[in-house]
Design a binder for this molecule. Structure first.
Ligand code: NAD
Length: 290
């Protein structure tokens, strides 16, 4: 069993990006500039946005963090997004999800300029991806592809089972794994909450991508010997042995599944860090285009 080490791989990708940005600046190019929009003070969202802003600083990107109270209206938030769309200094816009219930994430995402859609959530971005046209890739599936690439894991002809059909992880992951590209060319099955006999399906998987949002849901009895396990889940569970009283676990029961797998991503230290790499690569690309 080999751990797919998000700490090491993301450090490697970030050092490449840092060099690229230095070169871009030296050649008179634009410093990539990411604007992050945070509504409310959800602790998980604070942590995600904080690490994205810190990564910008680490790589020599500019960043702007816009914070709004939870009582901001949808119309007001759309106005803020429009300002960022028009601001020529901004290359990438990310609106941290989830948003408060009175604001539709679809409406907000639909109003981001697709040329600044570095999270890869806009319908135009996803439509282009679906058709195999050049586009930003959704940050988490992109990060997973970067991870597979780094370890030279060839999924051609393999049976990949993606569990979870969200627009930001599961569904785009199935498209990217099945397209005629590298990594890609896999035979993909998408499973979700209404799937019958999930275990029967996962037992035939060469690769499992778990994006469910249920702690330790995938157990060893669901996994074929030698399978590759990509755990997207980030779940906080109680842990009395920790000072904080909680810890993060994935959607895969790591201790149970790891001995059976050929490769596995840990949580934390796996896909989460790769997501930030995907986002930063998209932002650099956006800056080059602008
Ligand atoms: P979501 O809540 O939008 O979707 C969850 C999906 O899981 C749904 O499509 C549902 O059909 C499926 N599902 C639920 N119960 C199931 C079951 N019993 N059997 C099979 N399928 C089931 O989730 P999301 O936004 O894709 O996030 C999934 C997980 O990934 C969450 O833990 C989230 O925090 C995490 N996440 C991590 C990153 C990262 O960078 N690592 C990025 C995004 C999301």
């Amino acid at each position: 069993m080999q751990i797919l080490d998000g700490v090491a791989v993301s450090a490697h990708i970030k050092s490449q990006l840092k060099q690229e940005v230095e070169q871009l600046k030296a050649n008179g190019g634009k410093t990539p500039h990411l604007a992050a929009v945070l509504v409310g003070n959800n602790p998980a969202s604070e942590a995600y946005v904080g690490s994205k802003v810190r990564t910008c600083q680490e790589l020599g990107f500019d960043s702007t963090l816009l914070r709004f109270d939870t009582d901001i209206t949808e119309a007001q938030l759309l106005e803020e997004v429009q300002k960022l769309n028009k601001d020529k200094s901004i290359d990438g816009i990310l609106v941290q999800l989830p948003l408060p219930d009175h604001i539709s994430p679809d409406v907000v995402i639909n109003n981001i300029d697709p040329s600044k859609d570095v999270d890869g959530f806009h319908p135009i971005t996803q439509g282009k991806m679906l058709l195999g046209q050049k586009s930003f890739l959704p940050a988490t599936p992109y990060g997973i592809l970067l991870m597979l690439e780094h370890y030279n894991i060839d999924v051609t002809g393999k049976h990949c089972v993606v569990i979870g059909r969200s627009n930001i992880v599961g569904t785009p992951m199935t498209i990217l794994l099945s397209r005629n590209a590298n990594p890609g060319n896999a035979t993909v099955t998408l499973c979700h909450s209404k799937t019958k006999n999930l275990k029967e399906i996962t037992l035939t998987a060469d690769v499992i991508v778990a994006a469910i949002g249920r702690p330790k849901y995938v157990t060893a009895d669901m996994v074929k010997e030698g399978a590759i396990i990509i755990d997207v889940g980030i779940n906080r569970i109680a842990d009395a042995t920790r000072k904080s009283g909680t810890r993060l676990v994935g959607d895969v029961d790591y201790e149970d599944v790891a001995p059976k797998s050929s490769y596995i991503t840990p949580v934390p230290g796996g896909v989460g860090l790769m997501t930030i790499c995907g986002l930063m690569k998209n932002t650099l690309e956006a800056a080059k285009q602008h």
